[in-house]
Write a protein that binds this ligand. Structure first.
Ligand code: KG4
Ligand code: ZN
Length: 335
């Protein structure tokens, strides 16, 4: 089964053709990052406008690269939630128009479920059940994935998402948007023990995260130094911050794995590209004898190939929609 997949939840306009949920035939991503960089973050109105301008060309290119016409496509998968509402609406309405014109079913697909599905593309042998750490710019969840379309959140952030914390700390250090990757690279040559940063604890659920205190601690350090006319060593501060965030993620994830007796672990979302997170989890899982699966780096961020993968499994579960389909800014991964 060939699915044409469309993604427009944030600042990437993307389209892909994916076969049977596992084989990427084409994968096109048009990023708007350079424009949003000017404002230090995504400007929702600009994002919607750029999606509307790009979507026709991106979808045509995905079909061309796949050497497909609409006759070869069996269904259209589209991200309908969660995300920026104006941005999502561009993809959803485009998919609805195509589906009506070409008489194809539409498969509404949850953005975070798609991030998890990136792993089915990078790891052909991977099948649920597993425990997944989903860490993106908008969410940080520990999710029990019982089946392709059946999942339960067992931990989440109480405030900022991990990616958001990385981006805000990086921005204060003068790095361009999105700062996560720049902070990660700077941290590689820094000393992670130079700054003592708080290790936030959350009362209530032992698997929940909180990153806003950590982010504020870094912002305060930088502001205090600049008031005194001092300059902080950015590489050392990046390394200390990265160690603190990754420490929280790994600690809670491994505790959740032990408590739920999950020995197959998976990571997903933009932050799953983080070098230290990948290394620490690789080391920990090796020691514990756990299986660890990660998306290849090119599939960690937003793309439509992952949408095409998840859409296939949603289709098998009977989750299709008609012209009543609407976009939603928020929606639980559990549905
Ligand atoms: O999943 P994603 O592409 O978009 C959302 O669905 O939010 O995640 C984007 C987030 C951004 O906050 C970005 O800075 C972060 O992932 N990110 C990273 C790295 N690469 C991307 N954070 C830390 N280290 C990285 N290497
Ligand atoms: Zn995403």
């Amino acid at each position: 089964m060939k699915i044409l997949a469309i993604e427009s939840s944030c600042d990437e306009t993307a389209a892909a053709v994916v076969e049977d949920g596992r084989k990427v035939i084409s994968n096109i991503v048009a990023t708007q990052v350079e424009e949003h960089k000017l404002y230090g973050g995504v400007v929702p109105e600009i994002a919607s406008r750029r999606h509307a301008e790009a979507i026709c060309g991106v979808v045509s290119e995905a079909l061309e690269k796949a050497e497909c016409t609409f006759d070869d496509i069996d269904a259209i998968g589209v991200t309908h939630a969660p995300g920026l509402i104006g941005a999502l609406l561009v993809g959803v309405n485009f998919a609805k128009g195509l589906a009506m014109a070409k008489n194809k079913p539409i498969i509404p697909t949850h953005h975070l479920r798609s991030h998890i599905a990136a792993n089915y593309l990078s790891n052909p042998e991977l099948k649920p059940p597993f425990l997944c750490l989903v860490v993106s710019g908008g969410h940080s969840h520990i999710v029990k994935v019982d089946d392709y379309t059946k999942m339960t959140i067992i931990g989440k952030t109480r405030d900022d998402a991990a990616g958001e914390a990385f981006d805000k700390a990086a921005r204060t250090m003068g790095m361009p948007y999105p700062g996560g990757i720049h902070l990660d690279i700077a941290a590689e040559s820094g000393n992670p023990d130079s700054f003592a940063l708080p290790r936030p604890r959350v009362s209530g659920s032992e698997y929940d995260f909180s990153f806003s205190g950590l982010k504020t601690a870094v912002i305060n350090l930088i502001h205090n130094a600049s008031q005194k006319g001092e300059e902080l060593p950015i590489n050392d501060l990046s390394a200390s911050f990265r160690k603190a965030v990754v420490g929280c993620l790994v600690e809670n994830f491994i505790k959740a794995a032990k408590d739920t007796e999950s020995t197959r672990l998976v990571i997903a979302g933009g932050v799953s590209a983080n070098r230290l997170l990948r290394k620490e989890l690789t080391d920990k899982c090796k020691k514990l004898g756990y299986e660890l699966y990660m998306p290849e780096k090119s599939l960690c961020g937003d793309n439509a190939a992952m949408v095409g993968s998840q859409a296939y499994y949603e289709f098998l579960s009977g989750n299709t929609a008609g012209s009543e389909l609407n976009a939603k800014a928020t929606m639980s991964i559990e549905l």
